[in-house]
Write a protein that binds this ligand. Structure first.
Ligand code: ARG
Length: 416
């Protein structure tokens, strides 16, 4: 006879039903074998269950960030842009990644989509976490992002032609090459495909938003990825590149800075997710000059920062599909939650911001059968905060309790 797995009962005075967008409570969530087996309104704890009593706290599903880069952040570099570029390699990234994964989990982010990493470090990190060897969030990984020669994914742009970075590169030009490059990422373990539809900020091309692929190339990337059953995330700041990416059929556009009225209309019609990383600007403008970041990159940030936030507001007003996407890695991992207050400042209700990081993010990932809500059958990924996040969403910057797969990662809420 196989003994039944033990039952844990997580009890809290309030919980957020991210599927319906309502706050409810009190609740007792039953957990068995890493999954939620029941969500019982009330306070009854079944006999024999191990009680985790969170008292007056508010329980939410584990948070989801659909745009992170767990292989580095400003706290793990040398403190200097050129020193980093010339001395750090993929092994440095691999060594530090577990620490950054743990910081992310501790911050309540139990699922992330890693949209770009060097040397397939993200695949190894995801696999080690999934095998229970190291603590970290559930990960979907994009491996090496695709981009054109001289574009946002081409790491040697702006460096002397004598300097070559070894290792797998996502640089691919032309429809046949991009198809082959998608297949290579899939072969190496990608869950999702990421490509650079436009120029970017933290790279050395002159433009910040110009398209960097032709329509035919973008169409080919999306067609190929979808044939292999992989969703596609496109980095795009410029209005034209955003529309080209949407036309190609991407599942999400990342950054979205200069999206125009037509782009908003197209995204709405097709159900394309728009992922705005609207905390980033604060950190880049405060810290990046000190890191020796080329002034031209900081000048590009000044072109996108405010308009991106204004367009975030327009997207909220237009009722677009939006998922919580921070680009953590540009700023320190574990600070993901700082974006919630920005999202509310720029037009979302606290509930909308929370849904963007739970039920809606899960939809973008294709993981509504696993994460994003407190619901029977889903993973027992839970966070709790002592204060009400619907009154002050910034309390999600420091969650008080984190459980992943039924295992408590950390808790500041004492046993009662
Ligand atoms: N990785 C992005 C890029 O380099 C970061 C953009 C950050 N700026 C912003 N306002 N969101 O293009």
């Amino acid at each position: 006879v196989v003994p039944a797995a033990p039952v844990t009962a997580v009890k809290a005075a309030h919980w957020i039903d991210t599927e319906s967008g309502r706050e409810r409570g009190p609740v007792v969530v039953l957990v068995q074998g890493g999954r939620i087996t029941a969500v019982n309104e009330g306070t009854d704890v079944p006999a024999g269950a191990k009680l985790v009593d969170l008292g007056d706290a508010t329980l939410l599903p584990g948070l989801i960030d659909v745009h992170v880069h767990l292989t580095s952040d400003p706290t793990t570099g040398t403190g200097n842009y050129y020193q980093d570029a010339l001395t750090l390699d993929v092994i440095d990234d691999a060594v530090i990644a577990p620490t950054l994964a743990k910081r992310t989990l501790d911050a309540g982010f139990t699922t992330v989509r890693n949209v770009g990493a060097p040397g397939y470090v993200d695949v190894s990190l995801r696999n080690a976490i999934d095998r229970g060897l190291i603590p970290g969030p559930r990960m979907l990984v994009a491996t090496v992002p695709l981009g054109s020669t001289g574009g946002h994914a081409d790491d040697t742009t702006g460096f002397s032609p004598d300097i070559r970075f070894e290792g797998p590169t996502g640089v691919a030009d032309g429809v046949d090459a991009v198809r082959a490059r998608v297949r290579e990422d899939v072969k190496r373990g990608a869950d999702v495909i990421k490509f650079m539809a436009s120029a970017g900020v933290l790279s050395n091309e002159a433009s910040v938003g110009a398209p960097q692929y032709t329509q035919a190339e973008m169409d080919a990337i999306v067609d190929e990825a979808h044939r292999w059953g992989k969703k596609v995330a496109a980095h795009a700041h410029g209005a034209e590149a955003i529309k080209m990416a949407i036309r190609a059929g991407v599942d999400s556009v990342e950054h979205c800075s200069f999206i125009d009225a037509e782009g908003l209309k197209m995204a709405k019609a097709r159900g394309t997710y728009l992922d705005f990383d609207i905390y980033n600007d604060d950190y880049i403008l405060a810290e990046y000059a000190k890191l020796g970041t080329p002034p031209a990159q900081i000048a590009k940030e000044k072109l996108v920062g405010r308009v991106q936030r204004e367009n975030f507001r327009k997207a909220v007003e237009a009722g677009e599909k939006m998922a919580f996407a921070t680009d953590a890695g540009v700023y320190p991992h574990g600070w993901n939650g700082k974006q919630f207050a920005k999202m509310v400042q720029w037009g979302m209700t606290p509930m909308q911001a929370i849904q963007s990081a739970t039920w809606n993010a899960a939809d973008l990932l294709g993981w509504r059968d696993r994460v994003g809500a407190i619901k029977p059958g889903l993973y027992a990924d839970l966070v709790a905060v002592k204060a009400d996040p619907l009154k002050d969403v910034s309390v999600l910057e420091h969650v008080d309790f984190v459980m992943k797969g039924g295992v408590v990662d950390r808790s500041d809420i004492g046993e009662r």
